[in-house]
Design a protein around this ligand. Structure first.
Ligand SMILES: [Mg+2]
Length: 168
């Protein structure tokens, strides 16, 4: 099933079922993307969302504040799934298939609104994530913070520690 994006976006057509030259599914060329759960990028996800929204004439509702509130609501729906569960181990042992499916749905909703909010705020999220990771690495040098959960501000008080930018 082909998808198309608005002119000006870097992803103009999405087609499923095509195999690229590397023998896997992914980006074929700057204007052609195939659907692949493993290699599906943030940009191609955003491309599909933009079409979904446009086809329903929902852009009129998607101002930044509305999207932020929707995002917070979806985070609440994720929280509801963990509510009263006690401590939950990695991998969610003991969770049923319906519970896992519900979690995948709600986490997807969070990502969908996050990507749309970033776009409406003109934040290049893939680039911003890389920049923030770089900043975090400076705030929390591996040699200094091994096995510690202290906030970076606590390290700045230690001898020889450099000052760090305030966290967002
Ligand atoms: Mg939801």
């Amino acid at each position: 099933m082909p998808f198309s994006c608005e002119a000006g976006t870097h992803c103009c057509s999405v087609t499923s079922g095509k195999e690229c030259m590397m023998g896997t599914f992914g980006l074929l060329c700057p204007g052609e993307v195939v659907l692949c759960p493993r290699l599906f990028s943030m940009s191609s996800r955003r491309c599909l969302q933009a079409q979904f929204t446009r086809e329903r004439n929902w852009n009129q509702f998607h101002q930044p504040r509305n999207l932020l509130l929707a995002l917070v609501g979806e985070v609440g729906e994720v929280s509801e799934l963990f509510q009263w569960q006690g401590e939950v181990a990695e991998g969610l042992p003991g969770w049923s298939a319906p519970q896992r499916e519900a979690l995948s749905h709600e986490l997807s909703d969070v990502l969908i609104y996050l990507l749309e909010l970033a776009e409406k705020c003109r934040v290049d999220l893939p680039q911003a994530v890389l920049a923030k990771m770089e900043l975090n690495a400076k705030k929390y040098p591996a040699s200094r913070v091994q096995g510690s959960a202290k906030k970076y501000t606590e390290y700045t008080c230690e001898k020889g520690a450099s000052s760090a930018e305030p966290d967002a």
